[in-house]
Design a binder for this molecule. Structure first.
Ligand code: SF4
Ligand code: SF4
Length: 298
C-alpha cells in the first residue's frame, strides 16, 4: 500500500479540494482507496466528500493537566511562582487552582508542592472516528477538543488507525489530508509517507510557506510534487513560481488548477469538483494531476 500525503504550507490554498478529488478519481478508476483527515484543528475532508456514516468512534487521552487537591493545599504559592505557563492561580480561598486551558502538563508544580497537593493526570485530547463515505471508501477523521493541544499525538493516532484499517481492507493507497503549516500535526502526517503533494497558490505568501514546507519534506527524504492552485491571475508570477519550484526546490510541478467558480459551488454542495462538474476546467486539471500522481505513486 502506498501512502500519499496532501500538504500545504499555507491554509486556504485548496488542499482538501485536491485530496478529495484525487480520492474520488482513484476510487472510480479501480484503485482501492482509504482516506484520513489529519487536520484535527479544522477537519473538513469528510465534508468535501459529502459526509459519512460513523462506523467506529474512540476518545484519545494524550494531554496531561495539573489538578490541585484543595483539602491538601496550604496556599504557599510555590506552584504559582514556578509554573512556566502562568496556569496556576490563587483562588478566593487563597488556595491554588490550575487553569486547565493554560496547563501544559509539564509537572513542575507537582515537583515543588511541599504537601503533595498536586496531581498531573491524563485528560481527553480529542475523538477519532472511522466514517464510511458514499464513494465506498472509508475516512478516518479526528477532532481536537476545544483548548487542547497535542494535535501531533492525535494525528499519529489517526494515522495508526488509518494504516491498520487500510491494510485490513487491502487498500492500494492511503490518502492523507494534512493540516496546513509545518507544525507537529504536519510532521506526524508526513512521517513514513511515500509521496507528498504540496498544494500552493501563486502568491508571495504561499511561496514563502511552500519553501518552509519543502524543508520539512526534504528533512524526511520524501519525494514530492507541487500543485499550483488558483492560477490565472498573474501569468508572470506563475512563471516565476514554476521556475523556482523546479530549479530552487527541486520538486516537479504536478499540474496547475485554474481559478474556477465550480470549485466553490462543489464545496457548497459537499461534492468533490471532479464529480460535481467533470467538464469544469478545474476538474479537467485535477484529473490530469490524478493521472500523473497515479503513474508516479501507484
Ligand atoms: S503542570 Fe506545568 S503548566 Fe500545568 S500548572 Fe503545573 S507547572 Fe503549570
Ligand atoms: S505548591 Fe502545593 S500547597 Fe503550595 S499553593 Fe501550590 S498546591 Fe498549594
Amino acid at each position: 500500500m502506498r501512502e500519499l500525503v496532501v500538504c500545504s504550507g499555507k491554509g486556504g490554498v485548496g488542499k482538501t479540494t485536491v485530496a478529495s478529488s484525487l480520492a474520488v478519481f482513484f476510487a472510480t478508476h479501480g484503485v482501492k482507496v482509504f482516506t484520513a483527515d489529519a487536520d484535527v484543528d479544522a477537519p473538513d475532508l469528510l465534508l468535501a466528500l459529502g459526509g459519512g456514516k460513523t462506523l467506529f468512534s474512540t476518545e484519545v487521552e494524550a494531554s496531561k493537566k495539573a489538578e490541585v487537591d484543595p483539602e491538601k493545599c496550604i496556599g504557599c504559592g510555590r506552584c504559582l511562582s514556578v509554573c512556566p505557563f502562568g496556569a496556576m492561580v490563587k483562588g478566593e480561598d487563597g488556595k491554588a487552582v490550575a487553569v486547565s486551558m493554560m496547563c501544559e502538563g509539564c509537572g513542575t508544580c507537582k515537583l515543588v508542592c511541599p504537601v503533595g497537593a498536586i496531581a498531573v493526570k491524563k485528560t481527553p485530547t480529542g475523538t477519532i472516528t472511522v466514517e464510511e463515505t458514499k464513494y465506498g471508501f472509508e475516512c478516518v477523521t479526528g477532532k481536537l477538543r476545544l483548548g487542547e493541544h497535542n494535535s501531533g499525538h492525535l494525528v499519529a493516532s489517526i494515522k495508526n488507525i488509518a494504516r491498520r484499517k487500510a491494510q485490513d481492507r487491502g487498500s492500494d493507497v492511503l490518502i492523507i489530508d494534512a493540516a496546513p503549516g509545518i507544525g507537529c500535526p504536519v510532521i506526524a502526517s508526513v512521517t513514513g509517507a511515500d509521496y507528498v503533494i504540496a498544494v500552493t497558490e501563486p502568491t508571495p505568501t504561499a511561496m514563502r510557506n511552500l519553501e518552509r514546507l519543502s524543508r520539512v519534506v526534504k528533512h524526511f527524504g520524501i519525494p514530492a510534487g507541487v500543485v499550483i492552485n488558483m492560477c490565472g491571475h498573474s501569468k508572470d508570477f506563475e512563471a516565476i513560481l514554476k521556475d523556482w519550484v523546479t530549479q530552487e526546490l527541486g520538486f516537479q510541478i504536478l499540474g496547475e488548477i485554474p481559478v474556477d467558480y465550480n470549485v466553490v459551488q462543489a464545496l457548497v454542495q459537499m461534492t468533490p469538483v471532479v464529480e460535481f462538474n467533470s467538464d469544469a476546467a478545474a476538474s479537467k486539471s485535477l484529473v490530469r494531476i490524478a493521472e500523473r500522481v497515479g503513474r508516479l505513486v501507484l
